[in-house]
Design a binder for this molecule. Structure first.
Ligand SMILES: C[S@@+](CC[C@H](N)C(=O)[O-])C[C@H]1O[C@@H](n2cnc3c(N)ncnc32)[C@H](O)[C@@H]1O
Length: 186
């Protein structure tokens, strides 16, 4: 999908899409490079858009890894469905708060890694809270939740569930982004 098509989706559904352009490869590297993707059994991606992170995860995951991807925007979903063919890729046209149900549908109890690009700052507070609760509930102990945002607006809500969250920043993205890296602990 072209960058211009991403912009078109932004103008159609500004709050849902939350950005004018797909993420850069610098942001993708910073989000994903420290994760043990190859060894993970169940990996979840929320809000893949045009699939910048999706393709990198698929290229790095091991033969036993399963990738569950949830996208609410119909055009983004349909484009990924047409263009990605992989036996361990499970794409759903649904909302991220259905994560637990969808993970179980493909035989997973908990995810080892959850990657999210959801625009939390644009979501209604009840939906944001329900998605964050769902992420926490469906992540393995010791598992990683990695999320980017364009502001620190959601910091408080993320830290409530993941007190040991580390935040880093990359200017090499449009717009520049904060990366929240969260490990689930008892
Ligand atoms: C900022 S874009 C990021 C797209 C892509 N991951 C990237 O980095 O280029 C946010 C994405 O989240 C999706 N999204 C928004 N709300 C969602 C929800 N409740 N459930 C699933 N996807 C959602 C949007 O449709 C969009 O694809």
């Amino acid at each position: 999908m072209l960058k211009s098509s991403f912009l078109k989706q932004f103008f159609k559904q500004k709050k849902m899409v939350g950005s004018i352009a797909p993420s850069s490869r610098f942001l993708a590297d910073k989000m994903l490079n420290h994760l043990a993707i190859k060894e993970a059994k169940f990996i979840v991606e929320l809000g893949p858009g045009t699939g910048v992170f999706t393709k990198k995860i698929l290229a790095e995951m091991g033969p036993e890894s399963q990738l569950i991807v949830i996208e609410l925007n119909e055009d983004f979903h349909d484009n990924l469905q047409k263009t990605i063919v992989h036996p361990n890729f499970h794409l759903f046209h649904d909302s991220a708060d259905q994560l637990g149900v969808l993970l179980k549908q493909i035989g997973g109890e908990k995810a080892d890694i959850i990657i999210s690009s959801l625009p939390f700052a644009n979501l209604p507070p009840e939906l944001r809270d329900s998605i964050l609760d769902c992420i926490h509930e469906n992540l393995e102990e010791g598992g990683y939740f990695v999320q980017f945002q364009y502001s620190l607006q959601s910091k408080k809500h993320i830290k409530q569930r993941f007190p040991a969250t580390k935040i880093s920043y990359t200017p090499l993205n449009l717009p520049p982004a904060f990366i929240y890296s969260c490990r689930k602990r008892d």
